[in-house]
Design a protein around this ligand. Structure first.
Ligand SMILES: [Zn+2]
Length: 421
């Protein structure tokens, strides 16, 4: 069984947001009136959260940083109730954020102070990510000239040895200070063999819960190749965590190799970062219906200023799209007239005649997937959840995706446990 951790990146919603007025309730206080997914859903759509030092240092406001220091991480995330006490919190450094630096910007002591001071359940050792993958590490190397490969691998090896040195220091320091969190090692590699090498060394230091880092860009078969190679050195009680991996189809395969947990923001981010897979229902993907806010689009502001697009025309079309979508949600408009309005508005904004997402828009409209979801967000918002517009709608759609993702994961677990017994 693989536990799913949701990485915090301050993705919260304001429950009192008014969609018809499109503004926040007056006098709201940041974070107090804002809700995490585990506060929106009766059952949290994850088994725990992961918080990185880099996020706290850069994305939290000064007031939030002071509050988390005072309250500790559990209370700050409002996971301190009886209902949420089983959700574990993992701390990590956020190595991706300093991937271009020659060395990690933190000291081992700073990181331990962060984990221990804030009361994390698990703490991942300080690491330096390797962004590169070479498949055929056991074969003769034919594709790249030798010089390139050697130089590249020297760079990778340096980052791996930094990561291992820090892991060793980290574990010694954790033992010396008898910290209250459970230390996790982290393996960085660039090939199945190098990952196995890192795991072997971490086990020798004394780690039995090891995070595998730098695998985000890897395909599922490449991750499996690494896990298979790691299997050769894995001690019986060693467990793994996959950093940044959500590949749901392969979760049961990964669990055969000792993977017990993973984390990923992908289900949430897809809601507003993906070109066309913005709303998931089961395994189906739908595009969200884009209606840009005339007041908040920089490109549009420029076009208005330079006289290419008349402001009032754009605004009128925008409002007409919103009205038609609301009506369509209430069965008072036809799909085709909504589609035409959306495409005409988009054509005005992009100054292109052809709307490349036209067919996908029509599919979203005609299948009405938001009506098929039982989650409180879709029940309450209706068609609004699938409109690509502003952080409040987009994040709610992200929460829905998280709920959908976790639902599939839970089904797979049940299936596996029946299979196992
Ligand atoms: Zn939903």
């Amino acid at each position: 069984m693989i536990l799913f951790y949701f990485p915090d990146s301050v993705d919260v919603i304001n429950p009192s947001y008014c969609f018809s007025e499109e503004e926040h309730e007056l006098g709201r206080r940041r974070m107090i009136s804002e809700a995490y997914p585990h506060e929106v859903y009766e059952h949290p759509p994850y088994d725990g959260m992961l918080v990185s030092k880099a996020i706290v240092d850069t994305r939290y406001t000064m007031a939030q940083r002071q509050r988390v220091m005072r309250q500790g991480i559990r209370r700050f995330l409002r996971l301190d109730s009886e209902k949420h006490k089983n959700l574990k919190i993992i701390g990590d450094c956020g190595a991706f954020s300093y991937r271009n630096d020659p060395e990690p910007p933190y000291s081992v002591t700073e990181v331990i102070d962060f984990y221990d001071g804030l009361g994390f359940d698990y703490g991942i050792s300080l690491d330096h990510v390797i962004l590169g993958y070479e498949d055929e590490d056991d074969a003769e190397y034919l594709i790249f000239p030798d010089g390139d490969k050697q130089a590249r691998e020297a760079g990778y090896a340096l980052r791996q040895s930094t990561t291992l040195r820090l892991a060793n220091e980290f574990l010694h320091e954790c033992k010396r200070r008898s910290v209250s969190f459970y230390p996790m090692g982290v393996a960085q590699g660039w090939s199945p063999k190098s990952y196995a090498n890192a795991v072997e060394q971490l086990q020798n230091m004394g780690y039995d819960y090891i995070a595998l880092g730098g695998m985000v860009p890897l395909k599922a078969n490449e991750i499996e190749a690494c896990l298979r190679r790691i299997q050769k050195v894995r001690k019986e009680n060693t467990r793994f965590h996959l950093l940044g991996i959500s590949k749901i189809d392969d979760i049961s395969t990964f669990s055969q190799y000792g993977v017990v947990s993973a984390d990923s923001t992908a289900p949430l981010l897809q809601a507003f970062k993906s070109d066309c897979n913005n709303y998931q229902l089961g395994y189906h993907n739908y595009i969200a219906l884009r209606v840009q806010q005339t007041g908040e689009n920089h490109k549009l502001k420029k076009m208005v200023l330079s006289g290419i697009v008349p402001q009032d025309v754009a605004r009128r079309m925008e409002l007409e799209c919103m009205r038609l979508l609301r009506d369509y949600g209430d069965y008072k408009a036809e799909a085709i007239e909504v589609l035409e309005a959306l495409c005409q508005y988009e054509a005005l904004l992009t100054q292109k005649k052809k709307i490349k997402n036209r067919a996908q828009y029509l599919l979203t409209l005609s299948e009405r997937p938001w009506e098929k979801c039982e989650c409180p967000i879709c029940k309450e918002l209706g068609i609004q959840v699938i409109i690509f517009r502003g952080a409040e709608r987009n994040r709610r759609r992200g929460f829905h995706n998280l709920y959908n993702y976790y639902g599939i994961l839970k089904d797979k677990r049940t299936l596996n446990s029946h299979h196992d017994s």
